[in-house]
Design a protein around this ligand. Structure first.
Ligand code: 6GU
Length: 260
C-alpha cells in the first residue's frame, strides 16, 4: 500500500516544522508511512511583495486572500508541478489533469464557516489516499476559491482562530491515526471515546494508593465480566453528565442559569 499523501498549503510553512518532526505523526512521516508535504503559498505570487491578499471589492476593513494565487498553488500541487508552472498564470497549465472548477483531489478549505469536523468526518477522510488542506488566513477568502478550488469546507469548532493551520494539524492527526499501520497498534483507536458514541471510562495504573486515593476494587477482582460492566456503566454515566448530546438527550441548563 502506498503511503497516504497530504499536501498543506499555507502562508506559514514553518508552523508545521514541529508537528511533522515530533511524536507519532513525525515518526510516520519520516518512515514514509505517511507522505506529508508543506507548500508556501507565497511561492505562487509574482509581485515584488509576494502578496497573498488584497483589499476587498466593495470596501470595508480587512484583507481578502487572492483567488488567483490560491488557484495557481492548488493547480501546481494537484498536478505535481513546480511553482513556476502556475505562478502568475490565469489559465491552467497545458495538459493538466486537475483543474480549478473541474476534476480535483479532495481539497479541504479550513474556515470557521465550514462544516464542523468530528470523528465521523475523520473516518470518512481516512479512506482517501490523497488530501489537500488549504489554510485560510486573514479576514476572508475570495469566494471563487470556495467555488472552484475547495471540494469541502471544514471548521474544527465554534470559535475563531487566526487561521487554518491549527485546524489542519487537528485534522491530520485525527485522520492519520485511523489509518492502518500508522499508530502501530491497529486495535487501539477503535476502543476510545466516540468510537462507540460514549466517552472513555476511567483508567488506573500503579500505584494502588496515591495519597489515600485508591483504585476501584472491581478492577483487581479478576472478574472480566464485572470489569466490562463497570467500565460500560462508568462510560455511560460520564457521557450522560458531560455530553448528553452524544446520547441524543438535550444539554442540561447552564450552571449560571443563563439561557445560552
Ligand atoms: Cl478551520 N479556521 C479559523 N480561522 N478558525 C476556526 C477554524 C478554522 N475552525 C474553528 N475556528
Amino acid at each position: 500500500m502506498t503511503a497516504p499523501r497530504i499536501d498543506i498549503l499555507t502562508i506559514f510553512p514553518g508552523w508545521f516544522d514541529g508537528p511533522l518532526t515530533t511524536s507519532l505523526l513525525g515518526r510516520a512521516n519520516e518512515d514514509a508511512r505517511l507522505d506529508l508535504r508543506v507548500h508556501d503559498l507565497r511561492d505562487y505570487t509574482t509581485d515584488r511583495h509576494r502578496s497573498v491578499d488584497d483589499a476587498p471589492y466593495g470596501g470595508g476593513a480587512g484583507m481578502v486572500m487572492r483567488a488567483d494565487v490560491l488557484t495557481a498553488a492548488a493547480e501546481a500541487v494537484w498536478n505535481d508541478l513546480p511553482p513556476e508552472a502556475t505562478a502568475g498564470r490565469t489559465d491552467p497549465p497545458a495538459g493538466a489533469r486537475f483543474v480549478a472548477g473541474g476534476e480535483r483531489p479532495r481539497t479541504i478549505l479550513l474556515t470557521p464557516r465550514g462544516r464542523r469536523f468530528d470523528q465521523a468526518m475523520a473516518r470518512e477522510l481516512a479512506a482517501e489516499d490523497r488530501l489537500v488542506l488549504l489554510c485560510g488566513r486573514y479576514e476572508g477568502i475570495d469566494e471563487r476559491v470556495h467555488d472552484l478550488v475547495a471540494t469541502d469546507e471544514v471548521s474544527i469548532g465554534d470559535y475563531v482562530l487566526f487561521g487554518g493551520e491549527v485546524a489542519a494539524a487537528v485534522i491530520i492527526e485525527a485522520v492519520t491515526r485511523l489509518r492502518p499501520g500508522i499508530v502501530g497498534n491497529d486495535a487501539s483507536p477503535a476502543d476510545e471515546s466516540f468510537a462507540d458514541g460514549l466517552l472513555e471510562y476511567p483508567q488506573y495504573t500503579r500505584p494502588a494508593d496515591l495519597r489515600g486515593h485508591g483504585v476501584p476494587e472491581v478492577l483487581s477482582s479478576g472478574d472480566h465480566g464485572a470489569v466490562a460492566r463497570w467500565r460500560h456503566d462508568q462510560a455511560l454515566a460520564l457521557t450522560r453528565s458531560r455530553r448528553p448530546d452524544l446520547l441524543g438527550e438535550p444539554d442540561p441548563p447552564c450552571a449560571d442559569g443563563g439561557s445560552g
